[in-house]
Ligand binder design. Structure first.
Ligand SMILES: [Zn+2]
Length: 407
C-alpha cells in the first residue's frame, strides 16, 4: 500500500501543475515537488496513470480498522483526483454530480419557500422597518471589531480555543501557528499547513470583521479545527504509521468535507451550550470595546441567520448549473442568504474558484455532527472523544451517514 500511496502523492503533485489551488498542503520530500514541476506531466497521462493505480488497489486490506479505512480512503481520493482531471479536460458536471465525484456527498436541495419561512422568523426578531437584509446589516454594525483591536481579540480567542482543546486532544508538544492579516482573497480565513505541526493562518480583512468571527476563526482554522486535524494526521498516520499519502492534501477531494465539517462542528464541541455567548460577552466584547449587554441578542440573531446558510448552496448550484447569472446570484444571496451586497459579490467569486466546495462547510458540519452525536450522545466529554477519533482517522464522508439515511 505504501508504494501505491506514494504514487498517489506524486499524481496529486502532478495535477497541481495544472491547477494552482489543488495542492493545499504538502510536506513530503521536496524533490517530489520539484520533480513534478520539471516534468509537467500532461493531463491525459495523469488520468491514465490514475486509472492504473486505482486498478492496482487490493480488494481487501489486512490489519486493524484503520488499515481498512485507509484502503477505502485512498481509492476514493484517487477517484476524486480522476474526476478533477476530467473537469480540467473540459468535462461539464452538474453541481451535484461534481460534489459526489469530488467530495463523496450530495447536499440536500431546498426550495425558496424553505428559506422564506426562516427569513420570516429573522424578520420578526430584528428591530426596525424595511428590507430584512438592510436591518440585519444595520443591526450587525454594532458588532464590528475595530481594526486596532483585531489582533488582540483574535489572540485571546485562539488562546481560549487552545485551552479548551488541550485537555481532550493529545497535541504534539512542538505544535504552533502564525496568524497573518491579508487582503483581496475570495475566502475570509485560510489555514496553510506547513508540516512539522505548524500552520500559517491568514485572516482576510477586505470586509468588516464581526465579533463572532473571532471564535469562528480561532476554532475553525486553529483549535480544534484545521490546525489540530492536520497535526493529528501527521502524528498518527504519517509519523506513527509511516503512511505517505497524508503528507499531501488535495483540496478538491473527500478529505475537504471532513476537514471543513470537523472545523465547523469543532466550534460546538469546544463551546457547548451557552458557553460561547458567555465567553464572548465576558471577555471578547470588552476587549473589542463593544457593549457586552448586546451579546445575547446578537447570538440569538446569528443562530437564526446560520440556518439560512444552505441558501448559499442553492445559489452556487443554480449559478454553476448555468441557471443564474452572477448578478442574479448576488441578488438572490442578498434576498435569501442575508448577505450584504459586498459579501454576496465575494461569495460569487468563491463559487468561481471553489465551485461545489461550498457544501463542505454546512453539509459537512451536519454530517460530522450527526456522526459524532449519534455515537456519543449529549455528554461533552464523550463528544470530544468521538470528535478526536474522527480527526485522527481516514474516514470517508459517505461512511459518516447513518445506515439507511438518504444522501
Ligand atoms: Zn476551512
Amino acid at each position: 500500500m505504501n508504494t501505491i500511496a506514494e504514487r498517489y502523492v506524486k499524481l496529486v503533485l502532478a495535477l497541481g501543475q495544472h491547477d494552482a489551488d489543488y495542492v493545499d498542503a504538502f510536506y513530503g520530500p521536496a524533490e517530489w515537488k520539484t520533480d513534478a514541476a520539471s516534468r509537467k506531466q500532461p493531463l491525459a497521462e495523469i488520468g491514465a496513470a490514475t486509472d492504473r493505480l486505482i486498478a492496482e488497489i487490493p480488494a481487501h486490506a489486512d490489519g486493524d480498522e484503520l488499515v481498512a479505512l485507509r484502503r477505502d480512503y485512498l481509492k476514493r481520493q484517487l477517484e476524486a483526483l480522476r474526476a478533477r482531471v476530467r473537469m480540467l479536460e473540459g468535462a461539464k458536471l452538474t453541481f451535484d454530480e461534481e460534489s459526489q465525484a469530488l467530495y463523496d456527498a450530495v447536499a440536500p436541495t431546498y426550495p425558496d419557500s424553505y428559506f422564506e419561512g426562516l427569513l420570516k422568523e429573522i424578520d420578526q426578531a430584528l428591530p426596525g422597518e424595511g428590507p430584512v437584509v438592510d436591518r440585519y446589516d444595520a443591526f450587525r454594525r454594532k458588532f464590528i471589531v475595530p481594526n486596532d483591536k483585531l489582533s488582540g481579540v483574535f489572540d485571546r480567542a485562539i488562546a481560549e480555543c487552545r485551552t479548551r482543546s488541550l485537555p481532550h486532544v493529545a497535541l504534539p508538544p512542538a505544535e504552533s501557528f502564525t496568524v497573518e492579516y491579508v487582503k483581496n482573497k475570495p475566502w475570509s480565513g485560510y489555514n496553510w499547513y506547513q508540516g512539522n505541526y505548524r500552520s500559517l493562518i491568514q485572516v482576510n480583512t477586505d470586509l468588516p470583521v464581526y465579533i463572532d468571527r473571532a471564535i469562528d476563526l480561532a476554532c475553525h482554522e486553529g483549535y480544534p479545527g484545521h490546525h489540530v486535524y492536520n497535526a493529528l494526521l501527521e502524528k498518527h498516520l504519517v509519523r506513527d504509521r509511516g503512511w505517505p499519502e497524508f503528507q499531501v492534501y488535495a483540496l478538491f477531494s473527500p478529505q475537504s468535507l471532513i476537514a471543513e465539517g470537523t472545523a465547523n462542528y469543532g466550534i460546538d464541541v469546544a463551546f457547548p451550550g451557552e458557553q460561547r455567548v458567555a465567553f464572548e460577552r465576558d471577555v471578547l466584547f470588552p476587549l473589542a470595546g463593544l457593549d457586552p449587554s448586546q451579546a445575547a441578542a446578537y447570538a440569538k440573531i446569528r443562530a437564526l441567520v446560520d440556518r439560512v446558510s444552505y441558501a448559499g448552496n442553492e445559489a452556487a448550484r443554480k449559478y454553476l448549473n448555468g441557471q443564474a447569472t452572477r448578478t442574479q446570484s448576488v441578488d438572490w444571496l442578498q434576498r435569501f442568504a442575508m448577505m450584504p451586497a459586498a459579501s454576496a459579490e465575494q461569495r460569487t467569486r468563491f463559487f468561481d474558484t471553489y465551485r461545489s466546495y461550498v457544501i463542505n462547510y454546512n453539509f459537512g458540519k451536519d454530517l460530522v455532527k450527526q456522526y459524532v452525536e449519534s455515537r456519543a450522545g449529549a455528554p461533552p466529554e464523550k463528544r470530544w472523544q468521538e470528535f478526536v477519533k474522527l480527526l485522527a482517522s481516514p474516514r470517508l464522508p459517505s461512511a459518516l451517514r447513518a445506515p439507511g439515511q438518504p444522501r
